[in-house]
Design a protein around this ligand. Sequence first.
Ligand code: SF4
Length: 310
Amino acid sequence: MKRVLTNDFSWSKSRHEKLAECERAYFFQYYRSWGGWEQRAPEEVKTLFGLKKLHSRFTWAGSAVHGAVRDALRSYRAQRPVDAAALIERVHQDMLAQFRHSKARRYRADRRTFEGLVEHEYDEPVAPAEWKRNWDTVKGALEWFFASRWPALAQAIPAERWLEVDENDFDHSSFLLDGVKVFAVPDFAWLEEDGTPRVVDWKTGGAREGYDDQVIGYAMYVAERYRLDVMRVRTSLVFLNAGTEQEVAISPEALARFREHFEESTGRMRALLADPAANVARDADAFPLTTDLTRCARCVFRRPCGRTGG
Ligand code: SF4
């Protein structure tokens, strides 16, 4: 039977950040572009849907690293050896093919191969050295990962103690908080020998505000899904380019802070709904364009907003 998709109200860190950046971008991303994958959708909706799928070169680099680490971890879980150099070279070749696909704007007709880069969509002048730096970020992160303690640690975990590896399964990677679906996709979660649950999140850039809340959300998800005591979960952020690790403590105060942010954020989102029960947004006018033009200069929706700067 064909699955019917419904635009249900949910919460995630990225949704919260989109609303904080620009209300109009939030409207486009989570409401107006809904259904844009359908052939019979209005042109405007299809266009917004295509735009929202674009990566920036930075998010592209981040997903390439996450994908490669995920593949390596899955191989370790299956007790398969990983040739790190070959895996890094495969990532390089994939990214070169994606770059060509994007530069030729073939993503407009074929998004299954790659969703495209905002830099190509808007003809941004990016110097070759800058593209090269982007690849160096990916390569540096992966080289550090394979030289770090993580591959040996992962290989030593018996199958029954693995919990999750970047499942990206939106039907399951969520938990309910006050009746709201909260999306949480931990990069790596397992049980230590003494049963302590561990959750790790890989990062390609430097530390940013909101990262702590993100892993606290992962701890809550893992605790609920596997019926574990959330206070026992240990969480870490691993900065693959800096080669550093940072533990994020789970404490009653940290959980209360998470909940407070969550309530504030969902309250603001709900205030923008005409029909909260059906998750129907108010009209576009209720979602003003940001006055911060530096945000527009990086935004995927700058054309529909008339903020292409030229
Ligand atoms: S172009 Fe600017 S105003 Fe329009 S959605 Fe993007 S950030 Fe908001």
